[in-house]
Design a protein around this ligand. Structure first.
Ligand code: RP5
Length: 209
């Protein structure tokens, strides 16, 4: 597991959160900031639960969007790990991540990538674990390239495709929670409470009506 350089089990209230929030700037991300979070030297003290969700993203530029995903996982107290793994720029890193996922205890993988590099398909090809793909909007075609390459997997190797961008990032976390809740009654309670709070937050009428 020596190559898994960012075993970042994250929960609400840990100090790294403010670093993460502050280090990812709008419109692309701060590479130095993200990598500093993933410095293996600072990780052991942060981890007290084994990650069950593995998040990979194709680029540091995806991190700001995927923060929406990690925020929901933290709300539901689901431990996760996160790594930048590009299907085309760091294929060995991606392969190492997915080929050791089961032995690391992961139950679900969330893969976010833009354009048509198709990180989610690479992850799905390397494991029988459920893989949820989050197409990033990217610069070209409004993200349709990523959406189509993620959802149109040929039969035999499925990828559960979420909507594009931040909506997909949030839904990937909730979908992962639904999968995990099947065998975790306490998580099921937290997920149902989340759903109830969401329902309660919707006003019956718009302001001023
Ligand atoms: C994909 O290419 C990444 O997932 C990212 O969404 C997109 C652009 O990457 P950068 O050029 O910003 O690194 O591989």
């Amino acid at each position: 597991m020596g190559g898994i350089g960012c075993r970042c089990c994250r929960r609400r209230g840990w100090t790294w959160l403010s670093r993460f929030d502050g280090s990812i700037g709008p419109g692309g991300g701060d590479e130095t900031g993200l990598l500093s979070i993933c410095d293996p030297g600072i990780l052991p003290a942060m981890s007290d639960q084994s990650p069950v969700v593995g998040i990979v993203m194709g680029s540091v530029s995806d991190a700001q969007t995927m923060r929406q995903c990690t925020a929901v996982l933290e709300q539901l107290d689901i431990p996760y790990e996160l790594k930048v793994c590009s299907a085309h720029r760091t294929p060995k890193r991606a392969d190492e991540f997915v080929s050791t996922a089961v032995e690391r205890g992961l139950k679900v993988i969330i893969a976010a990538a833009g354009m048509s590099a198709h990180l989610a398909g690479v992850m799905a090809a390397g494991t029988h674990l459920p893989v949820l793909g989050v197409p990033m909007k990217g610069e070209l075609m409004g993200g349709m390239d990523a959406l189509l390459s993620t959802c149109n997997m040929p039969k035999g190797i499925p990828v559960g495709t979420m909507s594009m961008g931040s909506h997909g990032a949030v839904n990937a976390a909730l979908f992962a929670a639904s999968i995990l809740a099947l065998s975790d009654p306490e998580l099921e309670k937290r997920l149902l409470a989340y759903r109830q709070a969401q329902t309660d937050a919707v006003p019956e009428y718009p302001p001023g009506a």
